[in-house]
Design a protein around this ligand. Sequence first.
Ligand SMILES: CC(C)(COP(=O)(O)OP(=O)(O)OC[C@H]1O[C@@H](n2cnc3c(N)ncnc32)[C@H](O)[C@@H]1OP(=O)(O)O)[C@@H](O)C(=O)NCCC(=O)NCCS
Length: 197
Amino acid sequence: MAPILIHGAGGHAKVAYTVAIASQREVIGFLDPHSPLQTLFDLPVFKSNPYRSDAENIIAIGNNMIRQQLAEKELNAFATLVHPSAIIAPGVTLGPGTLVCAGAIVEADSTIGAHTIINTGATINHDCTIGNYVHIAPGANLCGGITIHDQALIGAGSTIIPNITVNKESTLAAGATLIEDLPPGETWGGVPARYLG
Ligand SMILES: CC(C)(COP(=O)(O)OP(=O)(O)OC[C@H]1O[C@@H](n2cnc3c(N)ncnc32)[C@H](O)[C@@H]1OP(=O)(O)O)[C@@H](O)C(=O)NCCC(=O)NCCS
């Protein structure tokens, strides 16, 4: 299997590293021109891209917009990484650059796009469609038949009832319960979730 170059050297990069080594992947190092670190987990923090043609890349930045910007600049292939403690049911597809963290569950016939994060302990039930550059934060619970469009953030510990649509670039606050569709670009929170901004 190709070795992995992790883009970023912050908190989410540490999580990506954990997923990579747990899935028996060799990690070359971290790429982060802005990091003060020289090493992380005894691996180099590169300030410019080493462009190893044999490597696969993972953009390990939690912010959806920045993750997209960096992914669009990278010329080499992307890895799809799944922690061995995650459960991926039959009929699930995962896009390139997508990271499924420890303890996450993706149930049958769900589709996960590219460069999306299914964070620690999040659950995605059957027949969900999750777009590109989405972040499903730790412990979020999505019931069946939900659609999440590109660049949405589903906050930590939130719940979404079945057959709801979360539109592009919207944010569901941590701990919210969403019971109706979330319009594009808006932030909703609370139980039940209402417009915050
Ligand atoms: C909703 C959220 C995006 C708002 O962040 P923000 O833009 O910095 O907003 P503020 O903290 O200034 O709060 C704005 C208002 O929203 C309210 N609010 C913030 N977070 C809230 C939450 N989780 N639930 C309900 N209301 C919330 C605040 O009380 C405040 O209300 P007020 O205007 O009546 O005082 C943020 O609180 C949040 O929940 N982010 C998700 C974090 C997450 O899960 N990240 C994943 C990391 S792995």
